[in-house]
Write a new protein. Structure first.
Lengths: 439, 292
């Protein structure tokens, strides 16, 4: 009897310690709706694969809300181990050296095998320092591509299988479309800041700012009032006046997709991650895909496009065992199976070459036209200093300034040069402030 | 009347304590935090922090965007107040003249007040949406190209209407109550003396309504300046080109989106000063001159 009691007591204690030993790791993210459900499924896969660690995802709202929540929590010393931060927050996160654990350092300290070369350079390049060390873990990355309406192209007497390659062709096609009455407008776009300014610069191998687009440090200043950017903005203004181009609003351009879905505009440039949404909404017409257009008189174009989306940052000040678990979780996240699954479900880009190859093997890209365009576009060339990405502080506000000045130009109160000069001037004031804050 | 006398000093303080605690924790303490922060320059995570004196305030005065925000706020507050009070007064006077149908009209007119500002914003956003909205469609027929995404004037009109709309109900209720408190005999006497309805309104009704009007004036200005955040956030987000970036929205945007705590705190301190002066004006000067 005594022996039985001791034995059961021992089992009880053992089971209790086992339960206690499971370390919980908080992950704050901004993926709502179906993406959130998928994310939880991925986390469940990790939690079921071992019993030492339990990752607990919590949805914290939009990207800015999630980032603000994590920063406020850090100030109150209640921060999660992992937080998902959108790409424009990268400058702020990277400058906060006492607040983050760089991913390469985390992997090294925890002794988890980690090969930076396995990742797609255009994806991780955005999140590495000047020495090539990976600072955060890419999770959901996308890049802008061109979607077009094949039916309208056909009606306008264009070849429905040939999307425009250059901006010259965009203009020519749009004119034909409007003259033939096939559609009311040629094209629209989401994200004037991300697509028509930042990606335009990268695709033409033009700098956005000094210090390797801000990768070199907080002394970086904007230089995006160069010839190519000014020419493009001036063209957009001209095309807007002629009705070829319709503006879809600031930030993500919420009014742009409806114009494309309703067949008012024949083409739209938008994130590759909106593929599922576009397919679901483009019911009445045949959908085509293409790369972003470029100016063929600019040397070095097309270079490669840059990404958007979010990465996972690890915050300091958590117990050691949580970092061990985080490292394991990242290893799991980067595995080709998880990556390919997430990429194929969401339309976000895979982060490793292995996941891309797995998708090819599965024949995914043949079955799903359009899903490979973004990948081809970011891997078009080896990224240069100008097309690796960008990293500036206060960048959420700077994007707001880009939108505002673009709107000023559209309303006619400034010309393209004047608007972009103001972007640089106002943006640099914010960058100076940021540099002082982080001295 | 018999006065209740409490023994000792403790009980009144105890009874006050919960209210005082709430005020301290949720009002006084954050206000002091904001004042402290407004003199600091800090990175988002609060790792580096330095005292910069009045630099944040000086930067505000030098900022064309902030001066623009002041102007936008003034235009917005005045337009919302005039529109919501004007329409409410007309409706109240109309309802006051009705005999049988007064109640159903009152009930119907009060409904919008139950709508949350964010919902009101979304509602008007859809009505005015340049692509799918019904109003731009109708305006297009008469040849007006409505687009609050690019046109500053259109954007201002949108947020003013969306903000004023739900406040009309509130003002209406007070005006109806105020009108009913005016003795009918006064108006009847004026009518017998030969004054027409317009004359009766301006010589008798409107002056006698002045306490209500004044009260609503202050309430509406405060509403337009501080409680319309949700409307702005769900419609224009301060755009286009800052045309609807009222001060409260700018505090939020610079602080929570831009992570520029020092400037955001300095802006809240300015707002605090505005509220204090509005309150002083209300109690010291204007209230005394109003005929009750």
């Amino acid at each position: 009897m005594t022996r039985l009691l001791t034995a059961s007591a021992a089992t009880l204690i053992a089971s209790l310690t086992a339960a206690n030993a499971q370390t919980e790791i908080q992950w704050w993210h901004a993926m709502g709706g179906e993406l959130g459900t998928k994310l939880e499924e991925i986390v469940k896969g990790f939690n079921d694969s071992q019993d030492e660690y339990k990752v607990v995802p919590s949805y914290k709202g939009t990207y800015p809300e999630t980032m603000t929540a994590a920063i406020a929590a850090f100030r109150a010393k209640e921060q999660p181990a992992i937080v998902q931060v959108f790409e424009v927050g990268t400058g702020t996160m990277m400058a906060a050296q006492g607040a983050i654990v760089p991913v390469y350092q985390l992997m090294e300290e925890q002794g988890v095998e980690f090969d930076p070369a396995a990742f797609l350079p255009a994806v991780v390049g955005y999140y590495t320092d000047t020495d090539g060390n990976m600072l955060s873990m890419p999770f959901n990355s996308s890049t802008p591509i061109l979607y077009y309406n094949k039916d309208v192209f056909e009606k306008a007497g264009l070849d429905p299988e040939t999307p425009p390659k250059t901006w010259g062709e965009v203009e020519e096609f749009s004119n034909k479309i409007m003259e033939s009455g096939a559609a009311e407008c040629g094209f629209t776009t989401g994200w004037v800041s991300w697509i028509q300014t930042e990606n335009l610069s990268a695709f033409h191998n033009q700098p956005i700012g000094t210090e390797q687009n801000g990768f070199g440090g907080t002394a970086a200043r904007l230089t995006l009032n160069g010839d190519v950017q000014v020419k493009h903005w001036a063209n957009l203004k001209k095309w807007a006046d002629e009705g070829l181009f319709k503006y879809g609003g600031p930030v993500g351009g919420d009014d742009a997709p409806p114009m494309f879905y309703s067949q008012e505009c024949a083409m739209i440039m938008n994130s590759s991650a909106s593929l599922a949404g576009v397919v679901a909404n483009a019911k009445d017409f045949e959908l085509g895909f293409g790369m972003l257009p470029y100016y063929d008189d600019v040397e070095g174009a097309p270079q490669n496009s840059i990404i958007g989306g979010a990465t996972l940052w690890v915050l300091t000040g958590r117990p050691d065992e949580e970092y061990a678990g985080t490292a394991k979780f990242f290893e799991y996240l980067a595995s080709p199976e998880v990556q390919a699954d997430w990429h194929q479900f969401s339309g976000y880009l895979p982060i490793t070459q292995a996941a891309y190859d797995l998708g090819k093997e599965q024949g995914y890209y043949e079955e799903n036209p359009g899903s490979e365009v973004g990948l081809q576009q970011i891997t078009l060339n080896e990224p240069t200093e100008n097309s690796k990405g960008l990293r500036f502080g206060n960048y959420v506000q700077i994007r707001g300034i880009i939108d505002e000045e673009f709107e000023q130009m559209l309303s006619g109160s400034k010309d393209a040069q004047g608007a972009l000069d103001s972007v640089v001037e106002r943006g640099n004031a914010l960058l100076e402030e940021f540099e002082k804050q982080n001295q | 009347m018999k006065r209740t006398i409490f023994n000792g000093q403790l009980l009144p303080w105890l009874l006050l304590a919960p209210q005082l605690a709430v005020t301290l924790v949720f009002f006084i303490w954050p206000a002091f935090q904001a004042i402290r922060q407004s003199f600091l320059r800090e990175d988002a995570f609060g790792i580096n922090s330095q005292f910069v004196g009045m630099a944040n305030f000086r930067a505000l005065l030098d900022s064309a965007q902030y001066l623009n925000s002041l102007k936008v706020t003034a235009v917005f507050a005045v337009s919302v107040t005039v529109l919501s009070m004007g329409v409410a007064l007309i409706l109240a006077v109309a309802v006051d003249r009705m005999l049988k149908s007064q109640r159903p009209y009152t009930t119907l007119l009060v409904w919008p007040y139950a709508v949350a500002p964010a919902v009101a914003g979304i509602l008007w956003y859809f009505i005015f949406n340049p692509t799918v909205g019904i109003l731009p469609f109708m305006l297009d027929i008469i040849g007006y190209d409505w687009n609050h995404n690019t046109d500053k004037g259109d954007a201002m009109i949108l947020v003013v209407i969306a903000s004023a709309w739900k406040q009309i109900s509130y003002n209406f209720l007070f005006f109806v109550a105020g009108l009913q408190a005016i003795p009918a005999s006064l108006r009847e006497a004026a009518a017998i003396d030969g004054a027409g309805p317009v004359r009766r309104f301006f010589d008798i009704t409107f002056p006698l309504l002045s306490p209500t009007t004044f009260f609503l004036l202050v309430v509406n200005i405060v509403y337009a300046m501080f409680e319309t955040f949700a409307v702005i956030d769900s419609t224009t987000e301060g755009g286009p080109a800052q045309a609807t970036n009222i001060m409260v929205y700018k505090v939020y945007f610079d602080g929570f989106i831009g992570q520029n705590m020092g400037s955001s705190a300095a802006q809240s301190v300015v707002l605090m000063l505005i509220v204090i002066s509005l309150t002083v004006i209300q109690f010291r000067y204007v209230e005394k001159r109003v005929e009750y």
